[in-house]
Design a protein around this ligand. Structure first.
Ligand code: SAH
Length: 510
C-alpha cells in the first residue's frame, strides 16, 4: 500500500506519438502510477507500462464530444492524490508547450499537493525531426518561434500580432492550426512575408499516419486542397523546409506508414515491437495470451522427482522451458539431475532458451513443427524409451500420439497454461474501422483463436481487409479455417523471419 502522505501528481510529457519518444523518467513514473489520466494525443500503447492494478482514466475527446472539462480534470487530480496515490497526468508532447500543464499544476499546488514535472519531447521538435526539417540551420535560420493557431477571440480569426510575426526572419512553427491553414498563409502574406516562403504541414507526425504537404505560402492551400488536413498537424514555415528532401528519413524506412498488431504475449512481445519500430512500423500491442502456472503441478513434480527413469526430454516452446526451469528452482531440484537425458526442441528459440539454462540440446529439427521433430526422433531407436514432455495444459496431441505409436512411453506434464488477458479492444476496433491497421501478426494458433474471441464477429469484416501474417503453416491453417486470408508466411518459422516476410511483402507491393 502507498503511504497516505506519499500522494502526488506527476505531470508527464508523452512525446508526439512514437512510443520511443517517451523519456526514461516518464516510463519510470508510469510503472509506479496508481492512477493515470491521459489525453487524446497520447499514444495509448504507453498504458502497457503501467501496473495491472493501475486505474486508467481517459480524459480526452470522445468521438464528437468535447474533452472532459478542465475543472473536472483538476478535481480528479486532487481527489485521487488525497487517497495517497501516485497520479500520473500524461499529456501529448511536452506538458508546458500549449498543454495547459501550467494551469493543472497551479490547481494542484493551490490544493497543497506535491508534484513532479517530467518534460516530454514536444511535437515542435519531434515532428520536425521525423519530417526531416531542422528548425535552425546556420545557413538559413537562427531562431524559431512557436505560435498558436487557435487563439480565437473573434470566430475564425487567430488573436496574435500578425504584423510582428510576419516580420520575423527565422522559422515559424504553428501548432493547432490544422483547420486554419488558409487563414495563416493569407495573413502572413498580407503582412509582407514573401509568397515564395517554403512551408510544410505535417499531420500525425512520428506515427504510421504521418503525412506531409510541402509548398510555398502561395501554393500550399491548393497543394493540400484535395486532402482534408485534420488535427493534429504542425505547420513549419521558412527556408529550412527546403532541406526536407535531403534530410528526410522516417518516411523512407521500409515499413513506414504501417501499423502492425502484435498479439504475442507480454514479455515476448518486446523484442518484436523493437524490431518493428526499427523498420519504421508503428506497433500496436494487443496481447491475446497470458501464460500462468498450471492449476496442478503434481504431474511435473512427480516426473522431476523421478528423472532417472527418462531417456529424453522434449521442449516445444520457450514458455515450456521457462516454467520448467522456474519449477525446478521452486522445488529446489538440481539442474544437474538432467544430465544423461537427451534433449529435443522444436525450434531454434526454444533451443536457445534451453541452452541459456546451460543444458546441451541434442536435436533441433530443420523445420520448426512437431512433424519434423517426430521425423527426427523417429530416426533414433525410441522403442520402450521414456520421454518427458513439459508443455501447455492444452496443446496439439500429434507429438505424444505419434511417438507413442512409434513405441515410446510418453509422460505429458502440464507446465503452464494460457489465459485470455484484457487488452484495449475499443482502441483496436476504432483503428480497424478507420482502416488504420495494416497487418495483424499471429505467432501461434492460440493467438488466432484468442484474437478472434476478443474482437468478436462484429469486427470480422474489418479484420478481413487487413493483411494477415502468420509465423508458420499450423498457425496459418488455423487462421484460414477461421476465414482469414493469410498473405504473409515466412520461410523459417521464427519472429525475425516473420518480420522479414512482412518487409518483403510491402516492398514488392509498392
Ligand atoms: N503539448 C503538445 C502540444 C499540445 S497542442 C506538444 O508539446 O507537442 C496540440 C497541437 O500539437 C496539435 O494541434 C498539433 O499542432 C501539435 N501536435 C501534437 N502532436 C502532433 C503530431 N503527432 N503531429 C503533428 N502535430 C502534432
Amino acid at each position: 500500500m502507498t503511504n497516505s502522505n506519499k500522494g502526488k501528481v506527476v505531470l508527464v510529457g508523452a512525446g508526439p506519438g512514437d512510443i520511443g519518444l517517451l523519456t526514461l523518467n516518464g516510463k519510470h513514473w508510469l510503472q509506479k502510477a496508481d492512477v493515470v489520466l491521459y489525453d487524446h494525443l497520447v499514444n495509448p500503447d504507453m498504458i502497457r507500462f503501467t501496473q495491472k492494478s493501475a486505474e486508467i482514466i481517459y480524459v480526452g475527446k470522445k468521438e464528437g464530444l468535447a474533452s472532459m472539462e478542465q475543472e473536472h480534470i483538476n478535481h480528479l487530480l486532487i481527489s485521487k492524490t488525497s487517497e495517497g496515490k501516485i497520479v500520473v497526468r500524461l499529456k501529448g508532447g511536452d506538458p508546458f508547450v500549449f498543454g495547459r500543464g501550467g494551469e493543472e499544476i497551479q490547481a494542484v499546488q493551490a490544493a497543497g499537493i506535491s508534484f513532479i514535472i517530467v518534460p516530454g519531447v514536444t511535437s515542435v521538435t519531434g515532428v520536425a525531426a521525423y519530417a526531416g526539417i531542422p528548425l535552425t540551420h546556420r545557413d538559413y535560420s537562427s531562431t524559431f518561434s512557436v505560435i498558436t493557431g487557435s487563439n480565437e477571440k473573434k470566430q475564425g480569426d487567430i488573436h496574435i500580432d500578425w504584423e510582428k510575426i510576419a516580420g520575423r526572419s527565422g522559422t515559424l512553427v504553428f501548432l493547432m492550426g490544422a483547420r486554419k491553414l488558409s487563414l495563416i498563409v493569407e495573413k502572413l502574406m498580407s503582412f509582407g512575408k514573401s509568397p515564395k516562403t517554403p512551408i510544410a504541414v505535417v499531420q500525425w507526425g512520428t506515427t504510421a499516419r504521418q503525412k506531409t504537404w510541402v509548398g510555398t505560402l502561395d501554393t500550399i492551400v491548393e497543394i493540400s486542397a484535395k486532402d482534408k488536413i485534420l488535427p493534429p498537424a504542425l505547420t513549419i514555415i521558412g527556408e529550412v523546409v527546403n532541406l526536407k528532401p535531403v534530410l528526410e528519413w522516417y518516411e523512407h524506412l521500409p515499413l513506414f506508414g504501417k501499423t502492425v498488431v502484435v498479439t504475442r504475449k507480454g514479455d515476448q512481445a518486446e523484442s518484436m515491437i523493437d524490431q518493428l519500430r526499427e523498420l519504421g512500423a508503428e506497433p500496436f500491442f494487443f496481447p491475446v495470451i497470458e501464460t500462468i502456472a498450471p492449476d496442478d503441478w503434481s504431474p511435473l513434480d512427480n516426473a522431476l522427482s523421478n528423472l532417472s527413469q527418462y531417456q529424453g526430454l522434449i521442449f516445444t516452446s520457450v514458455n515450456g522451458v521457462r516454467f520448467f526451469a522456474e519449477r525446478l528452482k521452486t522445488i529446489d531440484q538440481d539442474i544437474r539431475e538432467l544430465k544423461g537425458l537427451r534433449v529435443f526442441t522444436i525450434g531454434p528459440k526454444t533451443a536457445e532458451a534451453v541452452r541459456d539454462l546451460g543444458i546441451h540440446v541434442d536435436v533441433v529439427p530443420e523445420n520448426f513443427v512437431a512433424e519434423s521433430l517426430i521425423a527426427s526422433i523417429g530416426k533414433e531407436n525410441i522403442k520402450g524409451k521414456r520421454f518427458l514432455l513439459p508443455r501447455a495444459t492444452v496443446a496439439r496431441e500429434i507429438l505424444p500420439e505419434q511417438l507413442r505409436e512409434m513405441g515410446a512411453i510418453l509422460d505429458v506434464a502440464p507446465t503452464y497454461q494460457t489465459v485470455l488477458p484484457d487488452p484495449q479492444v475499443t482502441e483496436l476496433s476504432m483503428r480497424l474501422e478507420a482502416g488504420n491497421i495494416d497487418v495483424i501478426t499471429f505467432t501461434s494458433s492460440s493467438t488466432v483463436k484468442n484474437f478472434l474471441a476478443l474482437t468478436g464477429d462484429k469486427l470480422l469484416p474489418a479484420i478481413r481487409k487487413v493483411k494477415i501474417a502468420c509465423i508458420g503453416p499450423v498457425t496459418a491453417n488455423t487462421a484460414r479455417e477461421a476465414g482469414l486470408n493469410v498473405e504473409i508466411l515466412p520461410e523459417q518459422y521464427t519472429v525475425s523471419s516473420l518480420l522479414d516476410a512482412i518487409e518483403a511483402f510491402f516492398q514488392s507491393d509498392s
